[in-house]
Design a protein around this ligand. Sequence first.
Ligand SMILES: Cc1cc2nc3c(=O)[nH]c(=O)nc-3n(C[C@H](O)[C@H](O)[C@H](O)COP(=O)(O)OP(=O)(O)OC[C@H]3O[C@@H](n4cnc5c(N)ncnc54)[C@H](O)[C@@H]3O)c2cc1C
Length: 345
Amino acid sequence: MVFEQQKQLDLLNTFKVSARAQYFYQFSSVEQLMGELDKIRSFDNRLVLGGGSNILFVGDYLGLVLYPQLFGIDIIEETDKHVCVSVGASENWHEFVVTMTEQGFYGLENLALIPGTVGASPVQNIGAYGVEVKDVLRLVECVDLNSGELLTFSNHECEFDYRDSRFKKAGQGRYIVTRVEFNLTKTPQTNTSYQPLSSIFGDSAHVSPLKVLKKVCEIRQAKLPEPKVLPNAGSFFKNPVVTKQKYEQLKESFPKLIAYPVGGGFKLAAGWLIDNAGLKGMQKGRVGIHKHQALVLVNLGESDGRLIWQLAKEVQSKVASMYGVDLEPEVRIEGKSIEPTVQGV
Ligand SMILES: Cc1cc2nc3c(=O)[nH]c(=O)nc-3n(C[C@H](O)[C@H](O)[C@H](O)COP(=O)(O)OP(=O)(O)OC[C@H]3O[C@@H](n4cnc5c(N)ncnc54)[C@H](O)[C@@H]3O)c2cc1C
């Protein structure tokens, strides 16, 4: 049997909660993966694990955890103005961003310091400071466990949306991303339109990408807890999108509400909703809400992921009763969950 059993996942998730995988398969080449396809496909429950920075385990994973170890960064096309880079799914995202920017290949700088792997980046179309991975991604190579084929999806075929893609919808557990290609430019064209950057650089297109990268790292380090010090999975909830009518109604009751127009409606700042509900900085046992960033749930030494999930549900219900708005988790909840018996807030 090539699959490990009862594999401890505690060090493989940034919430640092305790969980085991019933079966666990680590592979270091596409050929190796293809060789085990029949066995892999015999599992109904499958989870591809990258850096574990967007997952909360609320119990043991009953099924097969697939753990790719696929590395390599290769320039596959180059002109005077642009490069196309092919990157193994298990490369560290932030290190890749720094390497490219230092080499003079631009477009990724606003996405610096996002934890996790390159292979996970298209799954939820990672984004920060006005840029999303879809803005620089050329194609995704993956193994389709349904057909057993090695496929490529162009940017358009990835069906990207806000923190969403075809790999997240029905594709969950179906596709294993093995490699991603990015189109990067050699001509600096920085995007400083997002408020925290425009207030420092203005809308100047002339600021160097390396300066933007360093500033993004500085702002993030000041605002967000480092998972190695204070375990967390970044923003726990997505920013909810509501109709114009609902937005206007809320704005009347809460004049300081932070929101941005999107499509026909408005995207509300989930962090503001939670903060304004008085929940920022709250602690409950050994779990809590970060004191500087209300969207981030933190683990203060708890090994049971169910208690983090319970706190998240309490946040959801407080926000729903106060604003009539549903918060959807951005973090993927996995594992067998049995409601813990603890006191309410
Ligand atoms: C402090 C902090 C800050 C963060 N800031 C941001 C931010 O600014 N913007 C943002 O978008 N996200 C942010 N995140 C969330 C997280 O970093 C991203 O979602 C990241 O892409 C997850 O990468 P990962 O390798 O850890 O994926 P995992 O957590 O291991 O997995 C996430 C999802 O991707 C799937 N997956 C992973 N690898 C593969 C693969 N090779 N093939 C198929 N599916 C795969 C998993 O099955 C799962 O559904 C933050 C997280 C933290 C802890």
